[in-house]
Design a binder for this molecule. Structure first.
Ligand code: CP
Ligand code: NVA
Length: 298
């Protein structure tokens, strides 16, 4: 079993925990693990929309013999002023675990502080650790491990990038990050990655990052909640699109956490190309989270 109670970001896991979760996920995916969660319930709190996170967690709980309850912004009192700490204690009285997709990362921390059942971060403005679990499972499947694999992150130093930085450090995966200087990875995340043993190499030019990379990974330029910054961000990210020109001369696979905004951070032809492993990556959300749920709840 893993040591952590909650998963608020990837560095709540040790390197051993991460390997345990990925191994469990792979076994479940291969049909070699039939751990039964025996009617346990996952409360799923969403302040933001979701296709993959909601559906993959709910499906994982169903397949594991448990149950998930979807609690959207109009369904519970969190959105109309009930304090996070009250929601935490009430939900923890019913459910065996809470998964939450929230704006403010501090709210996820408060939820965990007041919950005596595991709290899983299903994305905040700062982090998306469940995405990283699926990403690392996908890289491991494709390359058989993390040794000698280099990933280039191209685009925004956002929640998905930040958790991936921590995951790469834990997995000892080489990572190069190309962002506009004003949209880089937070210093705090870089420090935490360094504490884990390896901070990414930071560059400004996407071509420098892609050179020699085995995987090129990108995400939207305008994340949920940043709609007011849209024009400013679109201007700042010109030159950071993952397209055929950037990938010319590279045989890198392409990852994207989805949803993709074709024509902005990535082109349609790249998403639909043979080098794209985005559907494998999306499916792996299900298996990675099943592995995590078993490790936290079984
Ligand atoms: N990648 C991801 O978290 O997708 P959703 O927003 O659809 O859940
Ligand atoms: N960075 C994106 C990820 C969506 C899964 C966002 O926060 O909107």
């Amino acid at each position: 079993m893993i040591e952590t109670t909650h998963l608020l970001d990837v560095d709540d896991l040790t390197a051993e925990d991460l390997e345990t979760v990925l191994d469990r996920a792979a076994a479940i995916k291969a049909g070699e693990d039939d751990t039964d969660l025996d009617r346990q319930t996952l409360a799923m709190v969403f302040e933001k929309p979701s296709t993959r996170t909601r559906t993959s967690f709910e499906t994982a709980m169903t397949r594991l013999g448990g149950h998930a309850i979807f609690l959207g912004p109009d369904d519970i009192h969190l959105g109309s002023g009930e304090p996070v700490k009250d929601t935490a204690r009430a939900l923890a009285g019913y459910a065996d675990a809470i998964m939450a997709r929230l704006f403010d990362h501090a709210d996820a921390e408060e939820l965990a502080a007041y919950s005596d059942v595991p709290v899983i971060n299903g994305l905040t403005d700062d982090a998306h650790p469940c995405q990283t679990l699926a990403d690392l499972l996908t890289v491991r499947e494709r390359f058989g491990g993390f040794d000698d694999v280099t990933v280039a992150w191209v685009g925004d130093g956002n929640n998905v990038a930040q958790s991936f930085v921590l995951g790469a450090a834990l997995a000892d995966l080489d990572l190069v990050v190309a962002t506009p200087p004003e949209y880089g990875i937070d210093d705090d995340v870089l420090d935490r990655a360094a504490d884990l043993g390896s901070a990414p190499r930071l560059v400004d030019d996407p071509a420098d990052a892609v050179d020699g990379a085995d995987v090129v990974y990108t995400d939207v330029w305008v994340s949920m909640g940043e709609e007011d910054e849209r024009e400013e961000k679109l201007r700042a990210f010109q030159g950071y699109q993952v397209n055929a020109d950037l990938l010319a001369g590279s045989d890198a696979a392409v990852m994207h956490c989805l949803p993709a905004h074709r024509g902005e951070e990535i082109t349609d032809d790249v998403v639909e190309s043979d080098r794209s492993i985005v559907w494998q990556q999306a499916e792996n959300r299900l298996h990675a989270q099943a592995g995590l749920l078993v490790e936290l709840l079984a």
